[in-house]
Design a protein around this ligand. Structure first.
Ligand code: DQA
Length: 146
């Protein structure tokens, strides 16, 4: 079993970027926590980040090769990217959408998610802990579907 932790634009600046909204934890620290949690779950974990929509789509397409669950924080592409939504629908892999902040308590334009339309589930507002919760959910889904 494999889990891809995929992060979109500006998330490479976590820790520095609007800490009052996104907290002090860096993306490296989140990825380390995901790797450690993967060991505990007995799943292989791959972590990736890109500021480019096409690269995120390429990462999603790569999951066609092996049964892989995807934890996706698409950043602002969440609210704009029909292309990412289509990529997820094309690969038919389980996706759990994650947001550090509670997008529903923020600006109106953050209330719409194209990712939610094709994701199995969504976790928001729980900070970095959302990633490990999403991994638990995916491990269960992958086990049930294997
Ligand atoms: C985010 C929420 C998005 O609205 C925003 O554009 C981000 C981060 C989050 O993790 O809370 O870049 O996905």
């Amino acid at each position: 079993m494999k889990i891809l932790i995929l992060n979109g634009p500006n998330l490479n600046l976590l820790g520095l970027r609007q800490p009052e909204v996104y907290g002090q934890t860096t993306l490296d620290e989140i990825h380390q926590a995901c790797q450690a949690h993967g060991k505990m779950l007995g799943v292989e974990v791959k972590c990736a980040q890109s500021n480019h929509e096409g690269e995120l789509i390429d990462w999603i397409h790569k999951t066609r090769a092996t049964p892989t669950g995807i934890v996706l924080n698409a950043g602002a592409y969440t609210h704009t990217s029909i292309a990412l939504m289509d990529a997820i629908a094309s690969v038919e892999r389980p996706v759990v959408e994650v947001h550090l902040s509670n997008i529903h308590q923020r600006e109106e334009f953050r209330h719409t998610s194209y990712i939610s339309k094709v994701a199995r589930g969504m976790i928001c507002g729980l900070g970095p802990h959302g990633y490990v919760l999403a991994m638990d959910a995916l491990a269960q889904v992958l086990k049930n579907e294997s």
